[in-house]
Design a protein around this ligand. Structure first.
Ligand code: SF4
Length: 400
């Protein structure tokens, strides 16, 4: 059975009732249990569980250190392209946004990766908007090949593809695929995605299964918190993770906790998850899914990131840029402005590619980051907390 079929059978009404009305006593009863059910997970994310947050944090910390050691894995996003044929109301790269766009050449990508290598990174996430003309399967394989010798762990976060189209990218050396469902609420999904192939909810939901079939051995999933009720999203992504751990058991699974950030287009989040609720959610994920890596990006402010390291986070980005060429300025001479998918002529003499002070390129970023510390500063903080920063995530040579 695919996850789309399993998803359609989830008893969401009952689970949501528990997630909204569960008491502290019911949550406490779940803490010491092993093999929690999705119903138990619902009790742990309920507002009533806030009363026992300290106990939840302690339990989550013990379980995380037992499974993952006192280690924080580092990765860096490397944006390849901000061209996109989709309109997602919450994203700066949306087709209709009049922004400065560029697609890096494989040589540009290698230059960006070299800078990240010098910072220490050996685990890179290649990110791109969805645009088959600029970001084709062949282009992605060429980018992976350009990095593979120098970067042992390469993942992709790009538009969903067919299994057969993923295979050459795996053969080129990529081992991970990340795909956010954005929202598991079908109505909100339809409202948020107004144009482009991304409108197909089920096709996107089945992406991790296609990626696994193609040979990816690291899978990452998440909703984007801020579109639908966070408890609903958490229940759905927990069920999704549980399914993938059962059916794609040769892969490592990670789950991210992205909250919506300001971006071009100035979309405002529709729902809110507080920092305290996020801490409760991290604990609940750890107790329900002990083997699932939990990822926190620079979308979150420094103080919160520092606090969540000790609770259950296992992987972080640091010093990130969300614009193509953001680390070195690579590709800035190819910048162009598009509006409603068409290139707009700029005024004679306009020098849109000459970067403003403090930036390597004027390409528009996907969203604003909140933790602006360098990778070195975050690694030093991790050490001060008694954890070991690990820059490499995976070595294909170690697998059988
Ligand atoms: S979220 Fe992804 S698909 Fe949607 S506009 Fe942004 S880059 Fe394109």
């Amino acid at each position: 059975m695919t996850f789309v079929e399993e998803f359609g059978r989830l008893p969401m009404a009952g689970l949501l009732q528990r997630a909204r009305e569960g008491t502290a006593a019911e949550a406490r009863a779940c803490i010491g249990r092993s093999n929690l059910t999705l119903g138990d997970f619902a009790q742990l994310i309920a507002p009533g569980a806030d009363e026992i947050l300290e106990d939840l944090c302690q339990r989550s910390q013990v379980m995380t250190q037992r499974r993952f050691g006192k280690v924080i894995r580092f990765f860096a996003p490397l944006y390849l392209s901000n061209e996109c044929i989709n309109n997602c109301k919450y994203c700066g790269f949306s087709r209709d946004n009049p922004i400065l766009r560029v697609t890096l050449s494989p040589e540009d990508v290698a230059r960006e990766a070299q800078e990240l290598r010098q910072q220490g990174f050996r685990n890179i996430l290649l990110v791109a908007g969805e645009h088959p003309k600029f970001v084709s399967g062949g282009y992605l394989a060429a980018c992976v090949r350009a990095l593979h010798e120098e970067v042992p762990s390469i993942s992709l976060e790009v538009g969903p593809m067919e299994t057969e189209d993923y295979r050459p990218i795996v053969e080129a050396g990529a081992d991970g695929l990340v795909v956010y469902q954005e929202t598991y609420n079908r109505e909100v999904y339809a409202d948020m995605h107004t144009a482009g192939p991304k409108r197909n909810f089920d096709w996107r939901l089945e992406t991790p299964e296609r990626a696994y079939a193609a040979g990816f051995r690291r899978l990452g999933i998440a909703p984007l918190y801020g579109l639908a009720e966070w408890q609903y999203e958490a229940l759905c992504v927990a069920a999704h993770a549980d399914y993938l751990l059962r059916t794609c058991w040769k892969a490592q699974l990670t789950m991210s906790l992205p909250r919506l950030r300001p971006c071009a287009g100035e979309f405002q989040p529709l729902t809110h998850m507080s920092d305290r609720e996020m801490a409760r959610l991290v604990c609940a994920f750890r107790l329900f899914l002990p083997d699932c890596g939990l990822v926190l990006s620079t979308r979150e402010p420094a103080a919160l990131r520092d606090g969540l390291i000790r609770i259950g986070i296992t992987m972080m980005s640091a010093g990130s840029h969300t614009e193509p060429g953001g680390y070195t300025g690579a590709g800035k001479e190819k910048l162009h402005q598009t509006e409603r998918g068409r290139i707009v002529e700029l005024a004679a003499g306009a020098s849109e590619w000459a970067p403003v002070a403090g930036r390597a390129t004027n390409a528009t970023g996907q969203f604003e980051i909140a933790d602006e510390r360098s990778a070195g500063e975050v690694a030093a903080l991790v050490r001060r907390l008694g954890y070991e920063p690990v820059w490499k995530d995976w070595d294909a040579a170690l697998t059988t």
